[in-house]
Design a protein around this ligand. Structure first.
Ligand SMILES: Cc1ncc(COP(=O)(O)O)c(CN[C@@H]2CONC2=O)c1O
Length: 282
């Protein structure tokens, strides 16, 4: 039996009860994080916690724990579930109150966190994936990791129906990011990706890849690509907590490069793997 934090109670997963008037349930009024666990070790935990609090602050949601207490709660959850490889999903909502759009005067945040076993998608790393293009119909605060995911849900559904792993989003002609990932193009060994502003989520994996690129002497230019530029890149890849560094070999009907994962992508995959291994202290 796995466990779940519901506020400050760690209980069996099937005992959790969430009120029908929780604002996360009714309005998507909350924020979340997905944290990878490798051999029982939380990867980039501090960065995820910092982004979690920043997202909550942007929505004026008060997380009722200090960062240290929250870190311990997540650590204890992984221990309780003896999670080896997988992820922790955690979220905080503005809480339970009679349904009204404006912030309720009286509501205390609802925090939940649970673990999920999830293997690393090794075949995806090795072979690369097909993707589709999809209009970025999301709101203009994509830098907040909010529960408002309908734009991403519809995009991912379109990818799923096309037997693809990801949808690449674009606002008119400008490529922003994936439905649940950051997207990069490589031309002549230089990596291009959308600037970290309100139109994308500044991924934790993106930050690790930036560090890896610097160490490897690979130039990254934070400059938005047009759809046409993306389709004519030598290499394309995407990153997320779950996808790590995954090559993209096809976008709609366009084969990227020679249809195989590229050299720069491979270098970044190897450098990222070294970071993963470093995080495993046992
Ligand atoms: C819209 C969006 N952009 C970028 C990313 C990549 O961010 P990280 O590198 O920090 O993961 C995510 C991750 N979304 C999480 C990752 O796994 N499932 C999700 O919903 C995302 O949802």
């Amino acid at each position: 039996m796995t466990h779940i934090w519901v506020n400050d109670q760690l209980m069996n997963r099937n005992e959790a009860k969430i009120d029908a008037e929780d604002r996360g349930y009714q309005f998507g009024d909350g924020v979340y994080e997905v944290i990878k666990v490798y051999k029982g070790n939380l990867f980039e935990m501090e960065a995820h916690i910092n982004r979690f609090y920043r997202s909550a602050d942007e929505l004026r949601i008060i997380i009722p724990y200090t960062k240290d207490v929250l870190h311990k709660m997540v650590y204890d959850l992984v221990e309780a579930d003896q999670l080896n490889t997988g992820h922790v999903y955690m979220q905080v909502t503005r809480g339970v109150a009679e349904r009204q759009h404006y912030f309720p005067d009286e509501a205390s945040a609802t925090f939940t966190a649970y673990t999920q076993v999830s293997d690393r998608p090794v075949e995806q790393f090795e072979q690369g994936v097909k993707t589709v293009l999809y209009d970025d119909i999301r709101w203009l605060r994509c830098d907040i990791k909010s529960l408002n995911l309908l734009g991403a849900v519809l995009a991912k559904q379109a990818a799923h129906e096309a037997d693809c792993a990801e949808a690449i989003l674009h606002r008119e002609d400008i490529v922003t990011e994936g439905s649940s990932s950051n997207v990069y193009g490589v031309k002549n060994g230089i990596v291009y990706t959308h600037p970290a502003n309100n139109l994308i989520l500044k991924g934790i994996t993106r930050d690790v890849v930036f560090r890896c690129a610097k160490e490897q002497g690979i130039e990254i230019v934070e400059e938005a690509m047009t759809v046409e530029e993306l389709l004519t890149m030598d290499e394309v890849f995407f990153t997320s907590t779950g996808a790590e560094v995954s090559p993209i070999i096809q976008i709609n009907d366009t084969i990227i490069g020679d249809g195989e994962p590229g050299e720069t992508t491979r270098k970044l995959q190897q450098a990222f793997e070294a970071k993963v291994q470093e995080s495993i202290t046992i």
